[in-house]
Design a protein around this ligand. Structure first.
Ligand code: ZN
Length: 155
């Protein structure tokens, strides 16, 4: 079972509250061999910027969508590469929504119908009225060709 260190989960919850009522997003990198979160990074959600620049292409604002700043993604990917690590987890929040993996979330996680980040799981944190409700972890299932909710160890 994938383990998210409690200090990381606490930090993800804090991030979700800090960015509320917008969605927050971030990344965890680590060794592909073990089953735990190692180093986590908050990322900047640039969805509001995209929405302001081109509301037709980006109809949602940051209250219902996230887009990781490419600068963050690039920096973190390079840092992982340099240390022989991989992206193990993407997290984002759902303000005023439950912790499900939306169609948009699935679309974002795929690249030509295959997972864009094969080592990555996805954690969704649900926030209602400025308080954390729950979280859920999703993992690619190669047989079903979809993301399934899987249990997570947050001890
Ligand atoms: Zn989502």
């Amino acid at each position: 079972m994938f383990r998210i260190l409690s200090k990381h989960l606490d930090e993800m919850h804090r991030h979700a509250l800090d960015d509320y009522p917008d969605e927050c997003c971030g990344i965890v990198i680590g060794n592909s061999d073990d089953n735990a979160s190692d180093t986590m990074f908050r990322c900047t959600n640039i969805q509001n910027k995209l929405h302001a620049l081109d509301p037709t292409a980006h109809p949602r604002d940051a209250t219902t969508a996230y887009f990781i700043d490419e600068k963050d993604l690039f920096r973190i990917t390079r840092e992982a590469d340099d240390q022989g690590l991989v992206i193990k987890l993407f997290y984002h929040s759902h303000p005023e929504h439950d912790a499900y993996f939306s169609e948009e979330d699935v679309r974002r996680a795929l690249f030509f119908d295959e997972p864009a980040y094969p080592d990555a799981r996805y954690l969704v944190v649900s926030v209602y009225n400025k308080s954390i409700k729950e979280q859920a972890l999703f993992e690619w299932c190669d047989t079903a060709k979809t993301f399934n909710q899987v249990p997570v160890d947050t001890s």
